[in-house]
Design a protein around this ligand. Structure first.
Ligand code: ATP
Ligand code: MG
Length: 357
C-alpha cells in the first residue's frame, strides 16, 4: 500500500476550517483507492508569529522538507497588518516557497459545469468544457533581475532587467512538458520573441526541449495575443507555459474566467516531487470562524496534489467528479444560487465525501 506523509499548514483566518474539510476528503479517497496518508502539522504566518515570534519557524521548514507534499490553507489577517514587511504573515509564505525551492507555479482556469453562469464569458465562448493550466516560472525574470535608478540626460531614469539562464528556462519548460503529458499533450509557450532577447532565448530553449517530448503538440504565442485569445477562444488552450511577469498577469486573467474565487486551486512545484498546494484565495478574515467558507478550492488543491505530486490520478479525478456532482444541488454562500441548498463549510466537505462513496 502506498503511504504518503502530508504536512498541513493550516494558517490563519478560514485556513483551519477549509484545510479540515480537505483532510476529510483526502481520507475518504485514500480509503477508497487504497493508499494511506499520515499528517503532520506546522505553523506558518500569523499563527506562527503568535506562538513563536516569527512567520516561518525553522521547525516548519524541516517538517515540510520531510513530507511528500504540503497542504496550505491561507495566511494573514488584520491582526498582523501593522507589522513591518519582513515580519508579516505573507513573508512566511514567500520564505517557505524559497526554502522548498518552489520555482513553478501552477494555476488552473477551470469552469465547473454547474457554475457556468458565474463566468464573465458567454456560454458559446466557454463551449463544452474549459480547463486550462497556466505554468508560471516563479523565481527568475524581471522580478529578480538587476534594477535601479540613474541619471540620464539630466533627469531620473529607472530600469528593470529581464534575465533568464538556459537552465532556468529548461527546468520550468520540463514541468510544463511533463504536465502536458499528464493532460492532453498540448502546450502553448508564451513569449514576446518579436521584441525581447530573453524571450528569444526562451523560445529557442523550449523548441530544443520539445525534441524530448515528440508526442506533445507545441505552439508559440506572443503574450499580447495570448491575453486576447484567453477571452475570445480559451478552448484552444490546455497547458500554457510562461515566464514570471507574463505568468503573473495571465494567471490572474485566466483564473477570473471561472468567476468564483472560492473554487480555484494552485500548486507550487520544485525539482523533486515535493510540492505545495493551496487555494488561490486569501484567509478571508471577514468570514473566519463562521463555518461558511467555501472549502472546494482547498479540496481541489488536494486533487492537484494527488495528480501532480503523489501519482494517484484516479483519486484526483474522483474528487473533481464528486465536486461537480455536489455543485449541481449544493452551494456555500459565496456561490449560492436560488433553488440550491445552502450548505456550510463542513457540510460541503461531508457532501463531497458522500459523493465519493
Ligand atoms: P490575500 O490574502 O491574497 O491578500 P485578499 O484579502 O485580497 O487575499 P481574500 O482573503 O481572498 O482576499 O478574500 C477576498 C473576499 O473573498 C473576501 O470577502 C472573502 O470573504 C471572500 N473569500 C475568499 N475566499 C473565500 C472562500 N473560500 N469562501 C468564501 N468566501 C471567500
Ligand atoms: Mg488579505
Amino acid at each position: 500500500m502506498n503511504k504518503y506523509n502530508i504536512c498541513l499548514l493550516k494558517g490563519d483566518g478560514i485556513g483551519p476550517e477549509i484545510v479540515n474539510e480537505a483532510v476529510k476528503v483526502l481520507d475518504c479517497v485514500a480509503d477508497k483507492y487504497g493508499f494511506q496518508v499520515n499528517y503532520d502539522e506546522a505553523l506558518l504566518g500569523g499563527s506562527a508569529i503568535d506562538a513563536k515570534g516569527t512567520p516561518l519557524p525553522q521547525e516548519t521548514i524541516d517538517k515540510c522538507k520531510a513530507s511528500d507534499s504540503v497542504l496550505l490553507g491561507a495566511v494573514g489577517g488584520p491582526k498582523w497588518d501593522k507589522l513591518p514587511g519582513k515580519e508579516r504573515p505573507e513573508a512566511g509564505l514567500l520564505g517557505i516557497r524559497g526554502a522548498l525551492g518552489l520555482f513553478a507555479n501552477l494555476r488552473p482556469a477551470v469552469i465547473f459545469e454547474p457554475l457556468k453562469s458565474a463566468s464573465p464569458l458567454k456560454d458559446e465562448i466557454i463551449g463544452d468544457k474549459l480547463d486550462v493550466m497556466v505554468v508560471r516560472e516563479l523565481t527568475g525574470g524581471i522580478y529578480f533581475g538587476e534594477r535601479g535608478r540613474r541619471e540620464a540626460d539630466g533627469e531620473v531614469e529607472a530600469y528593470d532587467t529581464e534575465q533568464y539562464k538556459v537552465s532556468e528556462i529548461k527546468r520550468i519548460a520540463k514541468v510544463a512538458f511533463e504536465m502536458a503529458m499528464k493532460r492532453n499533450k498540448k502546450l502553448t509557450s508564451v513569449d514576446k520573441a518579436n521584441v525581447l532577447e530573453a524571450s528569444r532565448l526562451w523560445r529557442e530553449t523550449v523548441i530544443e526541449m520539445s525534441k524530448d517530448y515528440p508526442e506533445v503538440e507545441l505552439n508559440h504565442l506572443y503574450v499580447d495575443n495570448t491575453a486576447m485569445q484567453l477571452v475570445i477562444n480559451p478552448g484552444q488552450f490546455d497547458v500554457i507555459l510562461t515566464n514570471n511577469i507574463f505568468g503573473d498577469i495571465l494567471s490572474d486573467e485566466a483564473s477570473m474566467i471561472s468567476g468564483s474565487i472560492g473554487m480555484l486551486a494552485s500548486a507550487s512545484l520544485s525539482d523533486s516531487s515535493l510540492g505545495l498546494y493551496e487555494p488561490i484565495h486569501g484567509s478571508a478574515p471577514d468570514i473566519a470562524g463562521q463555518n461558511i467558507a467555501n472549502p472546494l478550492a482547498t479540496i481541489l488543491s488536494v486533487a492537484m496534489m494527488l495528480k501532480y505530486s503523489l501519482n494517484e490520478p484516479k483519486a484526483a479525478e474522483a474528487i473533481e467528479n464528486a465536486v461537480n456532482k455536489v455543485l449541481a444541488e449544493n452551494r456555500t454562500p459565496d456561490i449560492y444560487e436560488e433553488g440550491k441548498n445552502k450548505v456550510t463549510c463542513s457540510e460541503m466537505g461531508d457532501l463531497v465525501c458522500k459523493a465519493l462513496a
